[in-house]
Design a protein around this ligand. Structure first.
Ligand code: SF4
Length: 354
């Protein structure tokens, strides 16, 4: 099986702004602009917002030649590598490469005969641009669908490997593969199967995952499960929402499963009959106050003094509530006892000193 670190390491972008995907590179988070392709101003502002939110790769639809000039404008506005999303038209891929794009998403099986594929490959080689083959349940070729009856994991994998073979024919190996399905189980099985046969890095995603809450849950299950199995080198959480929320969800997912260091990990108890302070409010306020804290620490907000510090002894620092009061503890040791309304400020002050 090709686990993350066994895959080919692909460079996207140039110089110090380059992002690596695959091999020993950290898992990256990406998103896609969703302003209309004629709205250059809106797309540029969105790209800037995505970069600020921590997005590491930004994709833009290039549906026609009129959108190609947007690539140069995006490159001027942000340092993050830009990916052109192209369907069918090989000329748009070539034009995007000449316009300075950092990566192209295109399925070579959809662009026509070998000579067209070769032209795209030649330009990508010349410009050092990788290609992502992006298969999803709706794009599986007719002949493969006829063989499997529906877009099964086997059908999706066969389709992906077919597109890859068209690129390999011309000695191209700067490839990334995605095999998305909106069905979480199908997506999971597909990527698990793909990791058995594909040496290129895998871009993970549940396509059409839904709105913020369900989309995040479905992505966390599918993408998170694969990442925990050592599979997947870059992720996109697809949400029917502002793309900034995709980046936040992606980064939080990586933090939650321990693949991203830095930033506060929260531990808080669910509260129970022993809780005698307003712990829900306290935990929410602490989380908001520490949203931008970059310290690599675990903070615990626990409901009771009896069980709290013990259950959360792995935490670097925390609060445990009593009756109208509470304690601040560091690594399981009590350092302060304070009235309830002074706990949060004291906790933040202690974190500042860490
Ligand atoms: S830490 Fe205490 S208050 Fe919180 S759930 Fe456990 S026993 Fe209940």
């Amino acid at each position: 099986m090709f686990k993350r670190e066994d895959t080919v390491k692909v460079k996207i972008g140039q110089g110090e702004n380059a992002v690596f995907v695959g091999g020993d590179a950290p898992v990256s988070v990406q998103s896609m602009l969703n302003k209309h392709s004629t709205d250059f101003k809106g797309n540029i502002a969105q790209a800037v917002a995505l970069e600020k939110a921590g997005c590491e790769i930004i994709r833009v639809s290039v549906p026609d030649i009129n959108t190609v000039p947007l690539i140069a404008k995006l490159k001027e506005a942000v340092r993050v590598p830009i990916v052109a999303d192209i369907h069918f038209d090989y000329k748009l891929a070539i034009e995007s490469a000449f316009a300075g794009v950092d990566k192209i998403r295109i399925n070579p099986g959809n662009i026509g005969d070998d000579s067209k594929v070769k032209q795209v490959v030649d330009v990508c080689k010349q410009k050092n641009i990788p290609i992502r083959v992006g298969v999803n349940s709706g794009s599986v070729e007719k002949h493969i669908l006829a063989k499997y009856g529906s877009p099964t994991p086997e059908a999706l994998i066969e389709s992906g490997m077919y597109h890859i073979s068209l690129l390999e024919k011309f000695d191209f190996d700067r490839i990334i593969l995605s095999l998305k399905s909106s069905n979480v189980q199908t997506m999971f099985e597909t990527y698990m199967g793909a990791a058995e046969v594909c040496r290129y890095p895998l871009h993970l995603g549940v396509t059409e995952a839904g709105t913020l809450r369900m989309g995040t849950l479905r992505s966390a299950a599918g993408i998170g499960g694969l990442l925990l199995n050592g599979i997947g080198s870059t992720i996109r959480v697809s949400l029917t929402d502002d793309p900034v929320t995709e980046v936040e969800a992606g980064l939080e997912l990586l933090t939650a499963i321990g693949l991203k260091k830095g930033g506060v990990r929260f531990v808080s108890c669910p509260t129970c009959g022993r809780t005698s302070i307003d712990l829900v409010d306290l935990a929410k306020k602490a989380e908001i106050a520490l949203k931008n804290c970059k310290k690599d620490i675990t903070v615990a907000i626990m409901g009771c003094v009896v069980n709290g510090p013990g259950e959360a002894k792995e935490a670097d620092i925390g609060i445990a509530g009593g009756k109208g009061e509470g304690i601040i503890f560091k690594k399981g040791e009590i350092i302060k006892k304070l009235p309830e309304n002074e706990l949060l400020a004291a906790l933040l002050e202690e974190i500042e000193r860490l």
